[in-house]
Design a binder for this molecule. Structure first.
Ligand code: NAD
Length: 401
């Protein structure tokens, strides 16, 4: 069986690395640099080892390509392309549309198309299927399914094998084929009654996180105003063995999922006349956290940090990954620069970002820790500036918390 995976990023390459142990896999990506790197056996994704890619290539189980004709005789097609927000923070299906065009124009036989990209309910039925059909010269009826991806980059305890996977096809045949495909490398497959339920479940999972993160971020502000420790209060609440789940405060939410997916849910809700109040407010609270942190830093310096050198420590959106998409560090840096401070950043996992290079972890007037990678010593962070504001709760001894 030949499986083609459209998009060789975090999701697509991860799936490719598991699927290629059982199927012949083509990794299609429109970025030729990524394709040539992969074909040289170099992985650009944490969690997928270069040695594994190299072995799969040597065993003729995997090959990357940017040529549409290479996917022509596939049996299964998995779509794993970005689903970001537009500049107006609305769902942006441009990449899915382009992937559908590639599929429609190149596929010659009947295939199963599985979407793993996160999008709103109805995407497979009302967007992917008609778009592929629009670009197909033939009238072959393909099968369509969704199996939303739950991969958590950098995580080692849960992976493709042991994370339960939701799926649903537009037809019974599509559901069965989807189950067969994933059952080779996933232990727990959960069929739901329609693609819309699977699509909505994925969005709701991340909305649940976004709303709870916003709640704890708001509570951090309340705790500070009341003069009590937010962390001690959360630990105290967490002694309750049921009905409570601990989330911790942060400078905001980042990455491809939490700041983005809830907006997909809000957009489709509002299109159908349903409220999305919580989702919209949670988004605002999380986005405003960066401004709150900068206000606290300024207040601790008598109302001005103009001209001070400020080092933002950790700009990846979460520990131990190099991913800076939607990172809260971006707004923290912007608000710090608005105060007239001279801002640089340190992150030896990211190294280079937005045309700037990581600065040494030393010699600043003020440090603001946004993300703490596990290989960075707290003591070194405390030593890099006389005043350190810690947004992570992982730098004991920081003056600002
Ligand atoms: N990263 C995660 O943790 C995660 C987790 C669950 C779900 N998702 C979802 O999975 C989807 C993919 O996310 P990702 O993190 O893998 O993105 P990514 O940016 O890491 O990778 C996407 C890849 O697709 C390629 N691409 C873009 N348009 C293309 C096209 N038309 N044809 C072929 N290749 C194309 C890009 O070059 C890139 O290599 C998104 O919908 C995302 O929301 C991501």
């Amino acid at each position: 069986m030949k499986v083609s995976i459209i998009g060789q990023g975090y999701v697509g390459l991860t799936i490719a690395s598991f699927a290629a142990e059982f199927y012949s896999v083509i990794g299609f990506d429109s970025n030729e640099d990524i394709v040539s790197q992969l074909n040289r056996g170099i992985s650009h994704i944490e969690g997928v080892k270069s040695s594994q890619i190299k072995r799969l290539i040597d065993q003729n189980r995997y090959r990357a390509t940017s040529k549409g004709s290479d996917i022509a005789d596939s049996d299964i097609l998995v779509i794993a392309v970005p689903t970001p927000l537009t500049e107006n923070r609305e769902p942006d299906l441009r990449f899915i549309e382009a992937a559908c065009k590639t599929v429609g124009e190149n596929i010659k036989n009947k295939v199963l198309v599985i979407n793993e990209s996160t999008s709103f309910p109805g995407t497979v039925r009302n967007f992917i299927k008609p778009t592929i059909e629009k670009f197909s010269a033939s009238v072959i009826k393909h099968e369509y399914a969704i199996s939303p991806e739950r991969v958590d980059p950098g995580r080692t305890d849960f992976n493709q094998k042991n994370t339960p996977r939701l799926y649903a096809g537009l037809t019974k045949e599509a559901s069965e084929l989807t189950r067969d495909f994933y059952s080779k490398f996933c232990d727990n497959l959960v069929e739901v009654s329609s693609p819309e339920v699977a699509e909505a479940a994925k969005l709701f999972e991340n909305t649940f996180r976004q709303v709870n993160i916003a709640l704890v971020n708001e509570f951090a502000q309340i705790a500070h105003a009341l003069g009590i420790s937010v962390y001690e209060t959360l630990d105290a609440a967490n002694t309750k063995p049921y009905g409570f789940m601990k989330f911790t405060p942060s400078a905001g939410v980042g990455g491809h999922c939490i700041p983005v997916d809830p907006t997909y849910l809000a957009a489709i809700a509002e299109e159908h006349g349903a409220p999305a109040t919580f989702i919209r407010i949670a988004n605002e609270v999380n986005l405003e956290m960066s401004r709150y942190i900068v206000k606290r830093v300024v207040a601790d310096h008598g109302g001005s940090i103009k001209g001070k050198s400020v080092l933002v420590v950790g700009v990846a959106y979460k520990p131990d990954v190099a991913d800076v998409r939607e990172t809260a560090a971006e707004l923290v840096i912007k608000h710090l620069r608005d105060t007239g401070a001279v801002v640089s950043w340190h992150d030896d996992v990211v190294q280079e970002w937005g045309g700037e290079k990581s600065s040494p972890l030393q010699g600043a007037d003020i440090a603001v820790v946004v993300t703490k990678h596990s290989n960075v010593d707290s003591k070194k962070m405390l030593a890099c500036a006389p005043y350190v504001f810690d947004t992570t709760g992982k730098v004991p001894g920081a003056k600002g918390l």
